[in-house]
Design a protein around this ligand. Structure first.
Ligand SMILES: Nc1ncnc2c1ncn2[C@@H]1O[C@H](COP(=O)(O)OP(=O)(O)O)[C@@H](O)[C@H]1O
Ligand SMILES: [Mg+2]
Length: 259
């Protein structure tokens, strides 16, 4: 069965304030969707709410992955169902090495009785680190502690590659990357494209999309998707900015939740 991911009418609130105001999205295996939009329009909120971050209260709507209701699941169950989020601001966890974290995440995903052997894990982790041009010493450092912005982003891609999700949400995975790192990260993502895997790539810039061609581009404003198109939409945004969309739709302030 090919992957089907569907979000319908998703509304969320933070501290009682509505942020997402009805998001609809359908991603099939093999498709790359990009969500673009100015700061403060709800992009990261969508990513976090889908992954099950406790701060983001779901008021209404559905999120189904292959027919399973994600919103009913705990975060680890969502991961086991095949959802993965590379966070915009990855957390630092002192005292837990990157390798320990990765191994726990993989084994949690595989489930009890089906754990990966240590030898196989090390082989896979080191092989993937080499592909991503990461020094294998990063395996033994505490998770993200003292990593540069670019190193954190590579590390998120490392996690994605090892976890082999069905739907990967990547939130500003291009931010803080120099051009060489950007190419490595993009190649890592492209190599993961498969019939049964879909991508949701959140980005401000066309830059990443020069290396990863999206099938669909969505623009988020005021907590909803206000425009969708193909790869050409991202190119137009690169050239003309977001003003024309705001004019077209009569939007004055595109942000949500501004105090
Ligand atoms: N944990 C939070 N607490 C309070 N407000 C938040 C929180 N997370 C996001 N917001 C607010 O929600 C709005 C959308 O934020 P976000 O989803 O991060 O936007 P984007 O990723 O598009 O820049 C912003 O106004 C932001 O201040
Ligand atoms: Mg964001």
């Amino acid at each position: 069965m090919t992957t089907q991911f569907e979000v319908r009418g998703l509304k969320t609130a933070i501290n009682g304030k509505e942020i997402l105001k009805g998001v609809d999205l359908a991603i099939k295996g093999g498709e790359i969707h990009a969500i673009m939009g100015p700061n403060g329009t709800g992009k990261s909120t969508l990513a976090s709410a889908l992954m099950g971050h406790p701060n983001y209260e779901v008021i209404e709507g559905e999120a189904l992955l292959n027919g399973e209701d994600l919103l009913e699941m705990e975060v680890d169950e969502r991961s086991r169902a095949g959802l993965f989020l590379a966070m915009q601001y990855p957390s630092e966890i002192a005292g837990v090495t990157n390798a320990d974290f990765l191994r726990s995440a993989i084994n949690a995903r595989r489930g009890e009785g089906n754990e990966m052997s240590l030898i196989k894990f090390i082989r896979q982790m080191e092989g993937t680190m080499k592909e991503l041009e990461m020094n294998t010493e990063f395996a033994h450092r505490y998770l993200n502690e003292g990593f540069s912005g670019g190193e954190k982003k590579r590390n998120e891609i490392l996690q994605m590659k090892l976890l082999e999700p069905k739907i990967a949400i990547l939130d500003e995975v291009d931010s803080g990357l120099d051009i060489d790192a950007l190419k490595v990260v993009a190649a890592g993502i492209n190599a993961m494209c498969a019939e049964d895997r879909g991508f949701l790539i959140i980005t401000h810039y066309q830059r990443l999309l020069d290396y990863i061609t999206p099938d669909y581009v969505h623009v988020m404003m005021q907590g909803r998707i206000v425009k969708s198109g193909g790869a050409e939409l991202a190119l137009r945004l690169e050239n003309e900015g977001y003003e024309w969309i705001k004019e077209e739709l009569g939007i004055v302030d595109e942000t949500v939740g501004r105090l």
